[in-house]
Every structure is written in C-alpha cells, then in structure tokens.
Write a protein that binds this ligand. Structure first.
Ligand code: ZN
Length: 279
C-alpha cells in the first residue's frame, strides 16, 4: 500500500517572494499560473491544500471559488504575505481578520482549518502567533521548517513529522495542545538533512535523486510537498537580482511543472487536513 503524502500549494504572485526585492506589479498572473497545476491535479485525481494569499483572492475570486469547488482545501497564507515576525501580534490579527472577511465574501461560511506563514516565519521568537491562530479557529499550522539551512527561515531541532505543537516551545510536542503542526519532512542521510520536497530544493535536484530521496522518506513516514504557481510558470518575470536570489528564485522554472507531474505520477497525495484526520 502506497504511503499517503501531503500536497500543498502556496497561492501567491511572483512578487510575494521575499527574494525579488519588494518589486510589485498591478497585473495578477496567479490565475494563469495556477491553471496548469489545477489541470494536473484533475488529471491525476489528486486533491491538495491551497494556502491562499488574501491579495491574490481579492483580485481572483473566481479562481478561489473554482479551487474550492474542485474539492481542494482552502487554507490561509495571510492577507498581505508579510512575514509574521515582522508584523507583530496586533497587525497579524488585523491581517487575518481581513483574510477571513474576504473569504467569507468569496466562499460564504467555510471553515478554514490550516495556516502557513509566509517564508515559514513562525519560530520561538513569535510563538504568540500560535495562540492567534487558535483564536481564529485554525486546527493546524504548517509553518515549521525544521532545519536551519536558509538565511531567511528554519528552526533546527523541531520534529519532522506531524505533532501537537507546544505553545511554549514550537520545537516541542505537547499532547494537550489544541493545534497540530505539519512541518516539512527532510531527507535524512546519516547526519545530513536535506529539505527536498519543495520550492528551490525540488526545482534544483535531479528527478532521479528526488525519486530516490522521497521513496527513502516514505520507507518510514509521509512527506509534505510545497509548490508555488510562479515556480512553474514560464512568464514569471526575471530580474537582474543578486546571484543568490536569482538562483533561488529562477533556477529550474522551465522544468518545474514536469517535475510536479512526475511526483503526481509516482507518489500518492492528499490534502493536509485529510492526512491529519481533520475531516
Ligand atoms: Zn509564500
């Protein structure tokens, strides 16, 4: 029996990425960039969790309705895609308030169970965010990146499989906690941990290594994939960014959708709320 993995799409515009240096655009590419992803999910009869940025939903209400009607999970990726540790508690509450009002307008009274912070921006510095999520009725968070490899995010020592997250220390499990956490699950080889199942890491690694690594993870547990529509979209604008940002942002965009399809073909996926037994 194939292991059931979790599939998430962070539904944002190319300019929401931290690495493009605050460039903005008036034109939304989200609908066009998301369409091939939705088509592939239909073709492989797979449902995913879409963590939606409110600004995208505001410009594309029909896109959100169609994702929802297809049976995918709608989660929250904040309204404005500002990093949670930069917002502070009261602005974070305001941001979520705006997101929920908008979703109510677009989808009616739909329960939103899952949250992912932009750029995995929850760690012990802003663990207050967990209480805020609880106040807004969330049942799970998916913002913990359990290793320190990027200068922007990551917290080493956190569990690498779903756990009830402690409000005192996000790296700890607390069996009484009302909030589940679905962290990224890296590939472990000896003492080496490699986050192969999303974003730049997934775009950069050769398909054969990806297949081998993900199968290896599946020997003991499921993994969680995250993907962004702009990562698989040829028309994502390319800027002369500093080398590091350029490589992380643009490497492998032209083959990313093929790789995404490769995963759908060879692994089994469901929505995050389903893998957590929340519906
Ligand atoms: Zn994001």
């Amino acid at each position: 029996m194939a292991v059931v993995n979790a599939l998430s799409i962070d539904l944002e515009e190319w300019y929401h990425s931290e690495l493009v240096g605050g460039r903005r655009s008036r034109f939304s590419q989200a609908a066009e960039a998301t369409k091939p992803i939705l088509d592939l999910l239909d073709r492989y009869q797979t449902k995913a969790s879409f963590f939606v940025v409110g600004e995208v939903a505001e410009q594309n209400p029909d896109l959100i309705r169609s994702i929802f009607q297809k049976g995918h999970e709608i989660g929250c990726h904040t309204f404005s895609h500002k990093l949670v540790w930069n917002l502070g508690e009261s602005l974070f509450r305001e941001d979520l308030e705006r997101f929920h009002l908008l979703m109510q307008k677009i989808l009616g009274r739909v329960e939103i169970k899952g949250f992912r912070a932009p750029c995995f921006s929850i760690d012990n510095r802003n663990k207050w965010a967990l209480k805020v999520l609880l106040d807004f009725g969330y049942q799970y968070d998916a913002s913990i990146f359990p290793l320190k490899i990027s200068p922007l995010y990551g917290i080493s020592g956190a569990p690498t499989r779903p756990y009830r997250i402690s409000f005192e220390d996000v790296r700890k499990e607390d069996s009484q906690s009302p909030l589940m956490e679905y962290p990224l699950c890296p590939l472990t080889i000896g003492r080496l941990k490699i986050p192969i199942s999303g974003g730049f890491y997934m775009r950069a690694l050769p398909r054969s290594f990806l297949y081998w690594g993900l199968r290896r993870i599946n020997r003991s547990q499921p993994f969680l994939v995250y993907f962004h529509p702009w990562e698989g979209y040829e028309k994502t604008p390319r800027f002369a960014l500093p080398l590091f940002n350029r490589v992380i942002s643009y490497y492998g965009i032209s083959s990313a959708l093929k790789k995404f399809e490769f995963l759908l073909k060879h692994f089994r996926f469901v929505r995050l709320d389903q893998t957590l037994g929340l519906r």
